[in-house]
Structures are given as C-alpha cells and as structure tokens.
Design a protein around this ligand. Sequence first.
Ligand code: BDR
Ligand code: CA
Length: 316
Amino acid sequence: MKNKIIIDTDPGIDDAMAIHMAFADQRLDVIGLTSIFGNVTTNRATRNALRLAEMAHYRTIVAPGELVPMIRAPEPPADFVHGAEGFGTIPAATPAGGADSRSAAKFLCESCAAAPGEITICAVGPLTNLAAALSLDSSIVRDVKSVVIMGGSYAYHGNVTGCAEANIWNDPDAADRVFAADWDVTMVGLDVTERTQCTPDDFAFLASRSPHIGGFLNEAAIFYFDFHQSKTGIRSCFMHDPSAILAITDTHLFGFEVVPIAVVCKGKEIGRTRLYEGQGRRPVKVATSVDNVAAREKFLGLVANADSISRMRKAG
Ligand code: BDR
Ligand code: CA
C-alpha cells in the first residue's frame, strides 16, 4: 500500500524539488498540497502548487492556506532566495485548474478524519496551517499518522538569523503550538538539510533525463545556486525540503534523537528551536545525521524518471 501524504508547502524552488520527487515516487500517494506564505505569498503558493501538479499530470487537491502568521507580523516573502514568483526567474503561469473550496486547515482535518492513522503531513513551510488545523479540530492529533517538518535546527544555528531557521522564524508561535501538541512529530532541520547538497551538474543531468520536469527544476535552480553561492562561495544548493520527504520514504538514511522541542517566540532569539525544559511535552524525533550521499542519489534517481512517470500517469 502506498504511503499517503499531504505536503504543506510554500513553493519555492526547493519545495518544487521536493514535490516533483514525491510525485515521481511510486511509494507515495500525494493526496493533497496545502499552501502557505513564506517563500512567496499564500496566493502565489496556491497558484504554484497547482502549476507543479499540472506539470506532472498529478491529480491531487490543492487547498489554500492561512494568509498571515498566528501572532507575529508577516515578514516579506523570501524573493531573494526563490525569485519574485517562486521559481527563480521563470515567469508566473496561470494554472488550468483551481484550488479546493476548503481551507488548508479544514482539508487537513477532514482528510485525516476520513483515513485515521493513514496520512502523514509533511510541512515544508511555516507551520501556520498546522496550528490552524489544531485549533479547528484537535482530534487531528489522534487521526494523523505522523507529522514531518522541515524546519528548525538542533544545534545552535540558523539561516535567517544566527539561531533561527526560516520556516520556524516566519511563524514561531504556530511552530511552538505544533511541537507542544500530542502527535507524532519528526523535525528535519538544518542539521541534516544543509548536509545534502546538489550541484549544477546534478540538475543538468535531471534536465537531460527528464527534459520537462527536470528541465524546469534545472532552470529554476539557477537563481537558487546564485543565492547559495553568494552565501557560501560554492555553487551548490542545500536540499532542505526534499530531505523532509526522504525522512518519510527512506527513514533509514537518517539518525534521530528523541527530545521535546520548544520555540523561542519573543526577543532576539525569536524563531530558535531548543530543548523544552518543562514537563509533559511529547518528545519529537529530531534528525541529527544523514547519509547525504545516499540521500542525494535517491533524489536524483527519482527525479530522473519524473517525465516517464508523469507520461504513464497521463496515459492512465
Ligand atoms: C526552508 O525555508 C524555505 O526557504 C525553504 O523552502 C525551506 O522550506 C529552509 O530554511
Ligand atoms: Ca519550503
């Protein structure tokens, strides 16, 4: 039986990499994409999610998410990382289909209630939709199979500030709510996502094997490489969001520590994930190591076949 997942996402270049990898993975059934602000606005994230699904002939629901963080004022989208429309310099395109009439939170709650214990939510953007789902119907903690998050870091390290990772920093209150809830959470943070990297040659390979989907990622990635090179001096990119999907499909590639997590919601360390020192918080599986060679190969192997799998899907 396929693993059912809903990807909560702010597409976003590495979101697109993760989503196309998931679409190409026959072990997964992506029953929905829920959109959230972060790399782009929520409206652009919804549009981009629809575009990714249509590009791969993947029939899935796209449900629009929250427009602003729970409490803190919204930050501007990360256009300097992902481009104004989300996919580098690739122009916006209007999808043929439309989004679901339900909100992301409602879709998450209803989907999990309809298939108790079967659905993993993989959140690769700020956690506002997950916090909204908890408020809407707290029985989601019982109905969901597990929650896997790209966000945070276990060691003291950040990518927006010295100690805060972008997805947590964009809505720390929502993230703390998610870590406080009584559900099965895995945190895939910068400790592992920065260890798995791909190069322009890797994306040229994907474009040669899958000209449509790999070619799209190869073109979008140019902007992403520019950003990484400006930060690290090296023309390679971190595989943040694909790592969270791989933690579901290929869990054996990761090592974990199991500890309760809290988020700093105020002050100069806002957005930092840290050990929770109180009582009664359910421990989180925190990814602390990764077989980065195997993770990169898995990503490349799956996306290399993206076009042929999407053609088979289209043919029915
Ligand atoms: C995370 O922030 C976003 O820019 C990426 O898509 C990823 O989800 C990395 O910190
Ligand atoms: Ca993302």
